[in-house]
Design a protein around this ligand. Structure first.
Ligand SMILES: *[C@@H]1O[C@H](CO)[C@@H](O)[C@H](O)[C@H]1NC(C)=O
Ligand SMILES: *[C@@H]1O[C@H](CO)[C@@H](O)[C@H](O)[C@H]1NC(C)=O
Ligand SMILES: *[C@@H]1O[C@H](CO)[C@@H](O)[C@H](O)[C@H]1NC(C)=O
Ligand SMILES: *[C@@H]1O[C@H](CO)[C@@H](O)[C@H](O)[C@H]1NC(C)=O
Ligand SMILES: *[C@@H]1O[C@H](CO)[C@@H](O)[C@H](O)[C@H]1NC(C)=O
Ligand SMILES: *[C@@H]1O[C@H](CO)[C@@H](O)[C@H](O)[C@H]1NC(C)=O
Ligand SMILES: *[C@@H]1O[C@H](CO)[C@@H](O)[C@H](O)[C@H]1NC(C)=O
Ligand SMILES: *[C@@H]1O[C@H](CO)[C@@H](O)[C@H](O)[C@H]1NC(C)=O
Length: 804
């Protein structure tokens, strides 16, 4: 920073020096400057005489220089203002009145602006639209804004603005978007003060608090009100039924929802009360809302019957009632809902056999019953006859018996999630007929037999999750035909045989699947998906592990959508490129089986592979050098029989965070270039008794403790004096603290994530969410931060990598 300022200053000095020289050399020049100054003076005099486009122009130029002062490096298109044309109405982001006499709109959204808000917007006396969304504005909203009495549209969303909200003066406002910021305190200063004409208000994703029960009574024009993801308390505002959309999701609102709040002329299309503390019964008067499309009551303490009157709301498409305590009877009237596509009744403590009525919801596209206590098989309910279903999630129940082969007739199925049950028997080969399938999750059951080769027919399959069963036999080579398969988890089974070379073809070309997902309308996603997302993403370790701690539902949904559409959500090192890239990252998890033989060198072709787990098997031979071509973040091959020299290529895996080579039979010398893996956080090379060489005294390798180097008698180290330790000397502990400190700094992303986690826990979750949100926008940020400065030791890099 300092450097930059000095740089800018010296530039300026040089420039004026040159001007002076030129002045001396060429007297005509100074005359010209004089004339110019005179002109400027004249325009000034004219513009002072009244409000005109020239006054606005001048203030815009003030605004421009204000922005440029705060943003010296990355600038948005406002820096082009006044370059092509001197008419501000032609500048990027500026709109004017029809007579082109006044500036009426300023759009600075997504313009890389950081720093405080400009505090002279009131000088634009005709300003009607102001959009500052998607920047990094901080501090408070200046009082000056309250004098913008003409403002009709104000969008400050996606910034890091804070403080209390006091927008008392904006009496013409129709649309207000403050979402995704850090505002806090009560909103009663602004509502109903600015309610007169307000139609849209979005306060979502802030830290607002206080009661809402009476707040919006005076907002008679309000149609869309989003209060989600704040800390509002007290009882519900009962006037919501005259809106079109109302969300108070993810707050701390309590009490019953009174019947009177569903007035006879209810106009609601979407009502979202999810994740609060509502209790009591759902009033049958809800059927007054005849236009309701989406009803989300997920994650509350509602009890009693599901009102059968819901069956009269013919427009209903989504009914999310999960994570409540509704009674077990599913009203038959719901079968009448011709448009019902999504039904979520997860986590309602339903036990026994699945209710027979579910087999008759032929119209459904998504049925989520995860986390109940259902027992027995599926056939009695007839759920396999729902041929329009695209998602069936019955995970986390106690279903038992064999898997139904008939499920293969549900030809539209994209997500079949039956994990965490007690299904037995073999995987029906017929599942290979589910040509649209994108996720097949049968993990944590009691399945036996081998993986049917017909699974290889599933060209759209992205996830195949079969971990923790008792599967035997070899991996069928046909699996290599699964061109979209990026996430394969077969851990903890009794699979055997070799690593088939065909397997290196999985995930070769997922593009067609991603493209079709980009085209199709994303289904309204239910909160229950979050659990699935978490499980499909995280297999207990970095790089995905961090997500667990920071996932709110919205982030979860974003990640899910991003994954399905093939956008990466963290950066990987791509071979041959110094810049990190947001790319889809796949995993291959085969640990805890009985695989043997060599790993084929073709593995180097698996260009999406970021996590490779082969631990606890009986693989032999050399580790292929081609492994150095992969964008790996995790490599765990512990407890096998790999031998020979550790490939030098591993030292080039710059993004590697977790490397476990322990309990193998590697020989040769310790690869010194591992020392340059500055992001390595977890490292274990213990118990490779034939390996010699020397652990470098400084650098990354020296930041790990003795625990990482156990049982290697031939390995030399000056830091660990093994013999002395055995003799009872304490020298092994020396430097423990500095090592711990260095390790923290060496941990790049992971350390950043730990910081993030600490922030989430202690200080400021929304800040972290902003960061994650930013991280989730893969398309607009291959920027300076990804080229990472600091070649030297961990310190600088750790900081540079934090996800700003
Ligand atoms: C705001 O802009 C007006 C018009 O250019 C100017 O007269 C005034 O001094 C400015 N106020 C502030 C606080 O900068
Ligand atoms: C505010 O801006 C964001 C981001 O640019 C946009 O997604 C959102 O729709 C805008 N809000 C309104 C009410 O127009
Ligand atoms: C409010 O803003 C959030 C975040 O910007 C967005 O997800 C949500 O859809 C918006 N709500 C409405 C009703 O537009
Ligand atoms: C809605 O109906 C109530 C009576 O049920 C009536 O008092 C009120 O004026 C109506 N509101 C609108 C917007 O029509
Ligand atoms: C199944 O879906 C199709 C297309 O989405 C729809 O036309 C059809 O009516 C649905 N079937 C039933 C029984 O609802
Ligand atoms: C998964 O399988 C492994 C090995 O078979 C076992 O140790 C572990 O307990 C299983 N985990 C669960 C949650 O069942
Ligand atoms: C490697 O995998 C094994 C088995 O899953 C695990 O116990 C070990 O902690 C992993 N190693 C590292 C460094 O994470
Ligand atoms: C490395 O692996 C060995 C053997 O599996 C284990 O005893 C040791 O604790 C591990 N070290 C670390 C740092 O995890």
């Amino acid at each position: 920073m300092f450097h930059l300022i000095v740089c800018a200053l010296s530039q300026r000095l040089k420039f004026s020096d040159r001007n002076m020289l030129e002045d001396k050399a060429n007297p005509r020049c100074s005359t010209l400057i004089l004339v110019f100054l005179l002109l400027v003076l004249i325009t000034d005099v004219i513009s002072v005489s009244g409000n005109s486009v020239n006054t606005d122009r001048k203030i815009l130029l003030n605004l421009k220089s204000f922005l440029e002062k705060q943003n010296r490096v990355n600038r948005g298109r406002y820096s082009e203002w006044n370059q092509g044309s001197s008419n501000p109405c032609k500048w990027h982001g500026i709109s004017c009145s029809p007579d082109m006499q006044r500036v009426t709109g300023i759009d600075l959204s997504d313009s890389k602006i950081s720093g405080e808000m400009f505090n002279n917007f009131s000088a634009f006396t005709q300003l009607q639209r102001l959009d500052l969304s998607r920047n990094t504005l901080k501090g408070v909203v200046p009082d000056d804004l309250n004098s913008c009495h003409s403002l009709v549209y104000l969008n400050l969303s996606h910034n890091i603005l804070g403080g209390e909200l006091k927008l008392t003066g904006l009496t013409s406002l129709q649309k207000l978007d403050l979402s995704t910021n850090r505002f806090h305190g009560e909103v009663s200063f602004s509502f109903p003060a600015i309610c007169n004409r307000l139609v849209v208000a979005n306060l979502s994703m802030n830290h607002f608090s206080g009661r809402i029960d009476k707040l919006f009574d005076g907002c008679l024009n309000l149609q869309y009100l989003d209060l989600s993801s704040n800390k509002f308390t007290g009882n519900i505002w009962t006037g919501f039924s005259r809106l079109v959309e109302f969300s108070v999701s993810e707050n701390l609102v309590t009490g019953p929802v009174p019947a009177s709040s569903f007035s006879e002329n209810c106009t609601l299309k979407s009502l979202d009360l999810s994740v609060n503390k509502f209790r009591g019964e759902v009033p049958r008067e809800i059927s007054n809302c005849k236009n309701l499309v989406m009803l989300n009551l997920w994650g509350n303490k509602f009890s009693g019957p599901i009102p059968s009157e819901l069956g009269s709301i013919s427009t209903l498409e989504g009914l999310l009632l999960g994570d409540n305590s509704f009674s077990r009877v599913i009203p038959e009237s719901l079968l009448n809902l011709r448009n019902l596509a999504i039904l979520d009744l997860s986590m309602n403590k339903f036990g026994g056999e699945m209710q027979e009525v579910f087999g008759r919801f032929k119209q459904l596209k998504s049925l989520v019953l995860q986390g109940n206590s259902y027992t027995d098989g599926l056939s009695s309910s007839g759920v396999h006859k729902l041929t329009n279903l695209s998602r069936l999630d019955l995970s986390y129940n106690n279903f038992s018996g064999p898997l139904l082969a008939e499920i293969s007739q549900m030809v539209g199925l994209k997500f079949l999630v039956l994990a965490y049950n007690q299904f037995t028997g073999a995987i029906p080969p017929e599942y290979g007929d589910l040509s649209q399938l994108q996720a097949l999750d049968l993990s944590f059951n009691r399945l036996v037999g081998s993986i049917p080769p017909s699974i290889g027919n599933l060209r759209s399959l992205l996830w195949l999750m079969l971990a923790n069963n008792s599967l035997t036999g070899e991996i069928p080579g046909e699996l290599g035909n699964c061109r979209s398969l990026l996430w394969l988890n077969l851990a903890n089974n009794q699979l055997s045989g070799r690593f088939p070379h065909e397997l290196t073809n999985i995930g070769r070309n997922p593009t067609p699947t991603f493209e079709s997902n980009r085209k199709s309308n994303p289904m309204i996603s239910s909160p229950s998906n979050c659990l699935v997302t978490k499980r499909l993403l995280t297999i207990d370790y970095s790089p995905f592990g961090f997500i667990y701690t920071i996932l709110t539902r919205k982030i979860c949904r974003n990640i899910w959508d991003q994954l399905l559409q093939g956008y990466g959500f963290f950066q990987v090192c791509v071979k041959g490129s110094p810049v990190r890239k947001y790319r889809v990252s796949g995993y291959l998890q085969l640990s805890g089986n009985r695989f043997s033989g060599e790993v084929p060198s073709g593995i180097g072709k698996m260009q999406h592979l970021s996590v490779l787990h082969l631990s606890y098997n009986q693989f032999t031979g050399k580790l292929p050098t081609e492994i150095g071509n992969l964008p790996l973040v995790v490599l765990n091959i512990s407890s096998n029989k790999f031998s020979g020299q550790i490939p030098m290529g591993i030292g080039n895996l710059n993004c590697l965070q977790n490397l476990d080579l322990s309990q193998n039979e590697f020989s040769g010398t310790f690869p010194g270039n591992l020392n340059s893996l500055n992001e390595l956080c977890k490292f274990n090379i213990s118990f490779n008794p034939q390996m010699g060489g020397k652990i470098p005294d400084i650098g990354q390798s020296a930041t790990f403790e003795e625990e990482s180097y156990l049982g290697n008698p031939l390995l030399q180290s000056r830091v660990f004096k093994w013999q002395e330790v055995e003799n009872g000397s304490k020298s092994g502990e020396e430097g423990f603290w500095w090592k711990a400190v260095l390790m923290e700094h060496g941990c790049g992303l992971t350390w950043g994530m730990v910081m993030l986690y600490v922030c989430v826990k202690r200080f400021d979750p929304k800040w972290a969410m902003n960061k994650v949100e930013a991280m989730l926008r893969p398309l607009n940020k291959i920027n300076a931060s990804s080229s990472r400065g600091g070649r030297g030791r961990g310190r600088g890099r750790g900081r540079g990598r934090r996800i700003y």
